[in-house]
Design a protein around this ligand. Sequence first.
Ligand SMILES: NC(=O)c1ccc[n+]([C@@H]2O[C@H](COP(=O)([O-])OP(=O)(O)OC[C@H]3O[C@@H](n4cnc5c(N)ncnc54)[C@H](OP(=O)(O)O)[C@@H]3O)[C@@H](O)[C@H]2O)c1
Length: 345
Amino acid sequence: MNRTPVAILGATGYTGAELIRLLDQHPHFEIAYLGAHSQQGKRAGEVITSIGNPAIANMILQASDTPIPDSIPLIFTALPHGASANIIASLINNGKRVIDLSADFRHQSSQTYLEAYQAEHPCPELFPLAIYGLSELQRDRIKNCQLLANPGCYPTSLLLPLIPLLQKRLIDPNYIIVDSKSGTSGAGRSAKTNLLYCEINEGMSAYGLPRHRHNWEMEEWAQCLGGLTANIHFVPHIIPMTRGMMSTIHLQGGHAQAWHETLCATYQNEPFIQILPYGELPSTHHVRGSNRCSIGMIATGENCGVIVSCIDNLLKGASGQAIQNANIMFGFEETTGLSSYATWP
Ligand SMILES: NC(=O)c1ccc[n+]([C@@H]2O[C@H](COP(=O)([O-])OP(=O)(O)OC[C@H]3O[C@@H](n4cnc5c(N)ncnc54)[C@H](OP(=O)(O)O)[C@@H]3O)[C@@H](O)[C@H]2O)c1
């Protein structure tokens, strides 16, 4: 069977490099085009030294806004939010299917985008085309979509456990406190003073307050898929770790045993969702390098408890989920090219 040619725009960033790693080993997709911005014109292997395949390493990085050959039906865009939308509009006009890892099409209204990203959206007319790609909960809508908005990493870690509980009315939607920790790869590869080794090492800081931009995404999709208006108090932290994300979710209004039964039933056949035995809690070590979301919970009082949800931000939180969605869109086995095993130790 011929492999389907794909392009990656933003190939030189952390999520782009992870897409290269996954797609080069995928039996049904073939990397045919790599796009970059400041690094255009260089050999891919010069900029992403982790590439092991000489044929990919020798590809020349093209400008991300140059026309993509007709022979390539699927484009992954791994660009900063704001840089994606116009490029995607032209790809869509040319009949391409697009999986966008940025936030540019994760919202359903330009007002929400404006509030979250403090910028006017350049092409809101595309919103009706975009499908929010939380794979396990949106599978039927993903299959035939032309424009897939891959969810944010923090929202993925929260929404997977939260939505089934909202749907079943097992928690108080006004009391959802999310304390999240992320490794620094979550902030991307570009140089920033607050990400220097001396600023990050041996320390931990909260950021993005009073309202991090992912808060809008969390509340919008909690309501849309969970069926209830949710009041989510979200505090992200950056910690001295390269990759990995943990969200500790404080809930009340029900018993954690009931939450556990519901999540076990919802995800019993899902290869990438692991519900740990009641009372066991996950660590980022359990998911590093895998496309798995590992979820554990325990009651902390009569009517309250915590759920801990761990993902690898570059896999289930970005490029892994993007490949899972590509598999759904092209009718391949959903697990193809993805591992549920972590790299451990
Ligand atoms: N990192 C994560 O864990 C994560 C998780 C979920 C979603 N995301 C989202 O995924 C997207 C990519 O994230 P990342 O972490 O991979 O970012 P990154 O490491 O900063 O990489 C950004 C990429 O976009 C290119 N680029 C930068 N400015 C551009 C512009 N104005 N026009 C076109 N291309 C431009 C860069 O090319 P050059 O290197 O050639 O300049 C690079 O290839 C972002 O929207 C991010 O929010 C990231």
